[in-house]
Ligand binder design. Structure first.
Ligand code: GTP
Ligand code: MG
Length: 200
């Protein structure tokens, strides 16, 4: 898919206020600092459409970006950012879960995992929660440039092996780097295929 345009539309605190049009929508989620906003910028060829930061906790709202005047990308806040207060974490979790469970336009949720890390309980719990709620999702491994391609791939393989201990089959898996643009074509092609399906 070719990206011709991308623009920021709106930030919201609750799913009820999100754009009401019926357009395909793809949301990006994962632990704080995993590279959600950077990946979105890489996909749409922008340096700063989605705000990035080396300090975790940059994205705090549900952010809608309209792509090619046709479909939405949604940048969500990260989960599991320990330095936030308990109240704020609870609020964020409610906002994220409310969005995921109620946003009918959300065609697919991309869950980002740092390719350098071993499976963490918070991510595994989140996958299980998605499964229980029948949320369509894919796994996007990020920052493949950090360890070098071979070590990164090995880690991803190990990660998937562990997932297969509890999951019968895996969702689609993508290997990416916002630095080298690895995985960009695959992700955009996948979105293009889903865009061709009718919205329920
Ligand atoms: P929050 O919004 O705070 O939850 O973070 P986020 O998941 O949106 O992460 P963000 O895109 O802001 O990136 C966090 C940090 O990781 C930044 O310093 C990025 O430059 C860096 N980063 C993101 N993706 C990559 C990547 O593919 N390779 C490398 N080397 N660094 C990356
Ligand atoms: Mg972010």
């Amino acid at each position: 898919m070719i990206i011709n345009s991308s623009r920021f539309i709106v930030s919201n605190q609750s799913v009820g206020k999100c754009p009401s049009e019926q357009r395909h929508e793809y949301a990006f989620i994962g632990r704080s600092n995993v590279g959600k906003s950077s990946l979105i910028n890489m996909l749409v060829n922008s340096k700063n459409l989605a705000k990035t930061s080396s300090t975790p906790g940059k994205t705090m709202l549900i952010n809608h970006f309209l792509i090619n005047d046709d479909w939405y990308i949604v940048d969500l806040p990260g989960y599991g950012f320990a330095l936030r207060g308990k109240d704020q974490r609870g609020q964020l979790e409610q906002m994220i879960k409310g969005y995921i469970l109620n946003r009918r336009q959300m065609t697919n949720l991309f869950v980002l995992i740092d390719s350098r890390h071993k499976p963490m309980k918070i991510d595994l719990d989140f996958f299980n929660w998605l499964g229980e709620n029948e949320v369509p999702f894919s796994i996007v491994f990020t920052k493949l440039d950090k360890m070098g391609p071979q070590a990164g791939k090995r880690n991803v393989k190990e990660y998937c092996k562990i997932l297969l201990e509890t999951w019968e089959e895996l969702p689609p898996i993508f290997l990416t780097s916002s630095e080298t643009r690895l995985g960009r074509d695959e992700l955009l092609d996948y979105i293009g295929q889903l865009n061709d399906l009718p919205l329920e």
